[in-house]
Design a protein around this ligand. Sequence first.
Ligand code: SF4
Length: 364
Amino acid sequence: MPSNTDEPTKQHLLDLTPDDLAVALKEMGEPGYRAKQILQWVYERNASSWDEMTNLSKPLRERMAERFTIFSSEVVRRAASTDGTVKLLLRWPDGATSECVMIPTEKSKTACVSSQVGCPVGCRFCASGLDGLQRNLSTGQIIEQALYARREALAAGDRLSNIVFMGLGEPLANYDNVIGAVEIINADWGLGIGARKITISTVGLPKQIRKLAHEGYQVNLALSLHAPNDALRAELIPWAEKISIRELTSACAEYFQMTGREITLEYTLLAGTNDSEANARELSGFVKRLRCNVNLLRYNPVESLPYRRPSAEAAHAFQERLRALGVNAHIRKSRGKDIDAACGQLRRREMQEQGGISLPVVDG
Ligand code: SF4
């Protein structure tokens, strides 16, 4: 895949809608219909270089290449798991790195994309959060990850069917760029993936959840709750100090009302911290107020952090408690265990080898 890491001043083609590109082409003295042709090459025909666009004249291809970059990152690591999961570490022109993952199952091929470089939330159990936020990813950089994942899906003999914003970063803290990416992922002229196959995962920003509810997309919302009461949640997630579960319930209820999409709760089980019988009871109360499903994740321990991974039996017992209370709860399987597929792990390994940090991280 070509890269332009030495040319950061060019405009990223993947940031643009057909209308944006038509305007740019008109400024260059070209007819607007070329925009459709160019985007067809990228989104339908998987072109990654201007030279492949043979229905454009050579001089136009050269002028486009001078002004626009298609793929701006380079793949610095590619790790393939025995279960088919493929993880890519991308380096952007400014040297920042981010990860994307293609996760295959029998029924689907899912791209897990990052929305930020690093993460501003700082969850106490997550090493990625400890490093803080470096910067937002642009719309084009998010789309670029999805296109890389689509290549991996096609190489595995299938089309890309789902996109989840569950990589590094808080998607709703990079709202405009994430919505720009959702538009392109969902558009017929773009990746053509239905909104119901797109999931945005958030620690819960009520104002942005309400805004998203009114965007007119039926995307799935996954709420990373991780604790069933405000005190414990604030202990685990610094941003939760200012955001109560009551506010989140109300924002999520509005989301459900506007979109008809059931919320999924993500709950990382931390042994001895949030996996008691009382925690299950509290959690079931929240779930019933919202009518949502629960995904349980067993924590992957982080060196130097005090949290522990519960045994498979303990996780199962928690799931059964929830089920007995009428809650639809699943234990999410870890994928790509043999390739550092937990969130941020490949990036941290790269940084570690460059003389930076030294901690592995949590799932999700
Ligand atoms: Fe950010 Fe997710 Fe880590 Fe929390 S768990 S710090 S939201 S990457």
